[in-house]
Design a protein around this ligand. Structure first.
Ligand SMILES: *[C@@H]1O[C@H](CO)[C@@H](O)[C@H](O)[C@H]1NC(C)=O
Ligand SMILES: *[C@@H]1O[C@H](CO)[C@@H](O)[C@H](O)[C@H]1NC(C)=O
Ligand SMILES: *[C@@H]1O[C@H](CO)[C@@H](O)[C@H](O)[C@H]1NC(C)=O
Ligand SMILES: *[C@@H]1O[C@H](CO)[C@@H](O)[C@H](O)[C@H]1NC(C)=O
Ligand SMILES: *[C@@H]1O[C@H](CO)[C@@H](O)[C@H](O)[C@H]1NC(C)=O
Length: 204
């Protein structure tokens, strides 16, 4: 017969598993949440105008994400959603990265994009997206987006299931984060001078 201790352990493990499976931004118990020392007096708290610039500015010459996350838009606090508008000039790349805290749902508004992600079995999924197409990047997986078209820029809107999805660049987190060179050399089965060459490329 299972002892009380064993049952307790099973209960605790089950609880942890359930927590992990359903983890996302915490649910709030009120309609909305205000930052400390703030009182809502008008709809401006729920409004963000920082993306107007996307439609006004001349098109950037390199890949440019314009974010509307908790950082830029405090009214998102507690609501578990955010946006980024992604501008891809001809031939540009949003290099390999992950979002540790959210799934990304990308919508191509103008132009076309080549996208891809790698799952935890190292299987690569790539797709050519046309204007009007959507693509979902599962939470926490390595992915990229690029505009291969030689004449037309692309614009995409990405929605995230978190107010603060986070972005971790693969290149920077590995080769531009002062990890000891020997660790990198052994991890990638390359010599120290190859590590240095990659590092110096990122330092610019
Ligand atoms: C909120 O107001 C109190 C009292 O004026 C102050 O002590 C506190 O630092 C404020 N907190 C923030 C986050 O501004
Ligand atoms: C966008 O351009 C229009 C016309 O030039 C101007 O009136 C408006 O203030 C601009 N908006 C932003 C956000 O720059
Ligand atoms: C680039 O986009 C234009 C306009 O949609 C299209 O006509 C052309 O075929 C595209 N070129 C390539 C190489 O995909
Ligand atoms: C590392 O590379 C060498 C050849 O340069 C190869 O013989 C060896 O199997 C590789 N080791 C791993 C762990 O991939
Ligand atoms: C590498 O890190 C340095 C220092 O943090 C930073 O200035 C530089 O922009 C990074 N390189 C890239 C390619 O982001």
């Amino acid at each position: 017969m299972a002892s009380i201790k064993t049952l307790l352990c099973i209960a605790m493990v089950s609880f942890l598993v359930i927590q992990v499976v359903f983890s996302s931004d915490p649910d709030i118990l009120t309609d909305y949440v205000l930052p400390e020392n703030t009182t809502v007096t008008d709809p401006n708290y729920f409004t963000f105008t920082g993306l107007r610039s996307v439609f006004n500015a001349t098109y950037p010459t390199t890949f440019t994400p314009v974010k509307a996350t908790l950082n830029e838009f405090p009214g998102l606090l507690g609501q578990s959603v955010s946006y980024a508008v992604l501008e891809f000039p001809v031939g540009s790349l949003n290099p390999l990265h992950i979002h540790p805290r959210a799934t990304e749902l990308l919508f191509v508004v103008t132009g076309s994009l080549q996208v891809g992600f790698v799952d935890t079995t190292n299987k690569l999924f790539t797709q050519k997206l046309e204007t009007g197409d959507m693509f979902v990047f599962p939470k926490g997986l390595v992915h990229y987006q690029t505009n291969f078209n030689t004449s037309e820029p692309a614009l995409a809107v990405s929605a995230f299931g978190s107010v603060s999805a986070g972005t971790q660049s693969i290149a920077n987190s590995v080769f531009n984060s002062t990890i000891y060179e020997g660790i990198l050399a052994e991890s990638f089965n390359i010599s120290a001078d190859v590590v240095e060459r990659i590092e110096s490329g990122l330092k610019g």
